[in-house]
Each structure stands twice: as structure tokens, then as C-alpha cells.
Design a protein around this ligand. Structure first.
Ligand code: MG
Length: 309
């Protein structure tokens, strides 16, 4: 039943990360043709922004080493297809294939910057700045991912002022939108609201902020609702909860797109996404991966057998 509530955005843009953030965290290597079909099906389900792949060094992320082969197979997809670029070389590869939208990433903590990229936060920003500048010169849209915005496995809770400072650095260097990542899923709604309020206080408008929650502690939808109540209208999610396999040791717990759409549909918030088609796509992808989807909505809907599989 659709029961709207007050003070929520009428429309939410879902930034679909399953093909990139999801698949890079899955153990199985997925054939390029399957990835291409997955992205086509996501677009047919109504998703308008689908992060397609990553141009990080193939040795770092072997699951996405086929970016050069995959991207040309997506030429007829009508959705925006941003790609992740870690450095100047990655941007070169993306531009050579005609990418029109890229995403860069930095950490809000020193420990994760060191662990993920073997750089200090300062070095990471210094490497990222010319990448953003060059992309903008080419009129390419740039999103800035900020990871560990709430908690860090080595450092514990992350000071809000530190997150705001790093977020502002990304905007100052030319990123057009931010994605605030709760990489280990420890955020709770009050923390989310406090960070958003401080970002606004420091001059960052809400319409440039997206949120990227992980469901590790079961908080992803609560945190999303808090962000929506604050006025955020861009939400990252991963079809079928890809990248959050509960049977894998390295479960990262991406918010499942179906779980998000179930809530937004119930609130009468427009997304343009057909939940039935999306669920069928994730059920199909789960078959390709040889294990059930961790999305509760996918399981509930496919378990009733009313959905096409
Ligand atoms: Mg994620």
C-alpha cells in the first residue's frame, strides 16, 4: 500500500552500483557478456544511472579487468554509465572509450587511505585533483566518492569535521556531486543527520550530496530515510545486494536496490524503477553467480513465485 509521508523528496535518483561496487566484491568472475546483459536489464528495469565498471589496475581488481571489452558492449544503453577512475591512467582509458561520466574516490580516514591505496589522505587528494580537472576540461561529469564517512575499522568513529573537510576538498577540486560512503555500515540515523547538517553549515548544498549506505548492521534503510528527510535525493544501491553476499567472508553489505525501491514505492516516491523487472534481473544474476541474492525483497518476491524468474 502506498502511504506517503510529509517532507520527503517527491523523486529519488537511484545510483545503481551493482555492476561495479557489487561485482568487484564478489568472489566469482562474471563473463563480460553476462555483465553486459546485466547492465542492459538494469536499464530496462528503469534505472537511469548505472555505474558500469572500474578503470583501476586489473591486478587490483581482477573482477573488473574487462572494462575495455565491456564498455563498447553498452553503446546502446540509454542510462548514464559512470565509471570509476583511480588516477590519470584510469581516466585516459575511460576517455579513450568515450566515457562521459566518471567517479573518483578518496578516504575520509588516514588508515583506510593507507590500506586501500597505500597513500596518505593528502597524497590521495593530490593524485585526484588533476584527474578531476582534466575530466572537467573534457566536460565529463565527475562524482567524488568519500569512504569511511562514519566509522573506520582501525580508527573507530570518524570525526565529522574531518569528513566535512575532505568532502569540501573534493568539491573544491571540481567534483559535481559527492557520495558519502558508510563503508563498514556502522552509521545510525542521528549520525547521518549530524553529518548532513554540518556539511550544510559549511556551505555544501544538499543537492550535491548522495548517500551510500551498507547494511552490515541492518541500518541502511533507516539511514536512507533519515537522509531523505533531510532532503537528500540521490541514493546509491546495488541490485540484488551484490557485493554483500552473506556467505562470503568479506561481506560488505551494500544496500540492495530492491529493498530501497520497496520502501520508496511504499512512500509514493518516484524512482522510475519497475520492481518486478528489477527483481527478475537480480534473480537471474544470482543464478549466474550460483547463490541466492542477499536482498530480502528479492527473496520475498521470488519466494512467492508470482514473479517471472
Ligand atoms: Mg558499497
Amino acid at each position: 500500500m502506498v502511504v506517503p509521508t510529509q517532507d520527503l523528496p517527491p523523486r529519488v535518483r537511484i545510483y545503481e552500483v551493482g555492476a561495479r561496487d557489487g561485482l568487484q566484491n564478489e568472489n566469482s568472475a562474471v563473463p563480460t557478456e553476462v555483465k553486459a546483459e546485466f547492465i542492459h536489464r538494469l536499464a530496462q528495469a528503469g534505472l537511469t544511472t548505472i555505474e558500469a565498471t572500474s578503470f583501476v589496475h586489473p591486478e587490483w581488481v581482477p573482477q573488473l579487468a574487462d572494462a575495455e571489452q565491456l564498455f563498447p558492449l553498452l553503446a546502446d544503453v540509454e542510462a548514464k554509465l559512470p565509471v570509476l577512475v583511480p588516477n590519470a591512467r584510469g581516466l585516459d582509458r575511460a576517455l579513450a572509450l568515450g566515457a562521459r561520466s566518471v567517479a573518483v574516490f578518496v578516504s575520509a580516514t588516514e588508515s583506510f587511505a593507507k590500506a586501500n591505496l597505500n597513500r596518505t589522505m593528502g597524497e590521495a587528494l593530490a593524485v585526484t585533483e588533476p584527474v578531476v580537472a582534466r575530466a572537467r576540461e573534457q566536460k565529463v561529469h565527475v562524482r567524488g566518492y568519500l569512504s569511511m564517512c562514519f566509522g573506520d575499522p582501525w580508527e573507530g568513529p570518524v570525526p565529522i569535521a574531518q569528513v566535512v573537510r575532505t568532502a569540501k576538498s573534493l568539491l573544491d577540486m571540481g567534483c559535481e556531486e559527492l557520495s558519502l560512503g558508510d563503508t563498514i555500515g556502522v552509521a545510525t540515523p542521528g549520525h547521518v543527520l549530524a553529518l548532513l547538517a554540518e556539511l550544510n553549515e559549511e556551505g555544501v548544498p544538499t543537492d550535491r550530496i548522495g548517500v551510500h549506505f551498507h547494511d552490515t548492521y541492518g541500518q541502511a534503510l533507516s539511514n536512507t530515510l533519515a537522509a531523505l528527510q533531510h532532503g537528500v535525493s540521490t541514493v546509491d544501491a546495488s541490485a540484488g545486494g551484490l557485493g554483500g553476499c552473506p556467505y562470503a567472508k568479506s561481506a560488505t553489505g551494500n544496500l540492495a536496490t530492491e529493498d530501497l525501491v520497496w520502501m520508496l514505492d511504499g512512500l509514493g516516491i518516484e524512482t522510475g524503477v519497475d520492481l518486478g523487472r528489477l527483481t527478475a534481473t537480480s534473480a537471474w544474476m544470482a543464478e549466474q553467480l550460483g547463490r541466492p541474492s542477499p536482498s530480502r525483497t528479492v527473496r520475498a518476491l521470488t519466494g512467492t513465485s508470482h514473479q517471472e524468474q
